[in-house]
Design a protein around this ligand. Structure first.
Ligand code: HEC
Length: 146
């Protein structure tokens, strides 16, 4: 009697697991649809890429790994060069882009020369540009909707 109910329990478990697997598979396929959505918003995709490149840089700086710093910097410089960054065409926006690129370049140089203390300072400068540029965009957008 006990063994039968145990078998039933096992069958129930198998069914539950299959259902869970099916649910997982279907949510996996929605996750795979994600890139399509990203393609529709290139700015968002690039900013996400910038976030992960920033994490690479941060890791490189924290572990004094110049190769990682360089890897992240290359992505950041490529992304900031791209046309899609030119959302606003005003002087301030251009200055933030330029300032960001310069700081990233100086940081990469410093890391290559194993000057990690100055590389870290340059990174602070670069991330400050992330905020400066976003604040500027927000301000401009707010002004446009008022
Ligand atoms: C010169 C301007 C500029 C700089 C510098 C900049 N960004 Fe952006 N960022 C933008 C623009 C433009 C958007 C899109 C804003 C919008 O559409 O409202 C954006 C949006 C974002 C978003 C939001 C994306 C989303 O999901 O909506 C993230 C995250 C982001 N940036 C990360 C970064 C990081 C990290 C840095 C620095 C390493 C950085 N950005 C530097 C211009 C900049």
């Amino acid at each position: 009697m006990f063994s039968i109910s145990r078998q039933t329990l096992r069958r129930f478990l198998v069914i539950t697991l299959c259902a869970a697997a099916a649910a997982a598979t279907s949510s996996f396929s929605t996750a795979q649809d994600e890139p399509k959505k990203e393609k529709q918003n290139p700015i968002e995709t690039r900013m996400r890429a910038k976030l992960s490149a920033s994490a690479t840089v941060l890791e490189g700086l924290a572990t004094e790994d110049a190769a990682l710093v360089s890897e992240g910097s290359k992505v950041l410089l490529d992304l900031s060069k791209a046309e899609v960054w030119q959302v606003l065409k005003d002087t301030e926006y251009r200055e933030h882009t330029q300032g960001f690129r310069n700081a990233v370049r100086r940081m990469e140089e410093a890391a290559k020369e194993k000057q990690f203390a100055s590389a870290q300072l340059e990174w602070l400068e670069a991330t400050k540009k992330c905020f400066d540029c976003h604040n500027h965009i927000r301000k401009t957008k707010n002004a446009a909707t008022k």
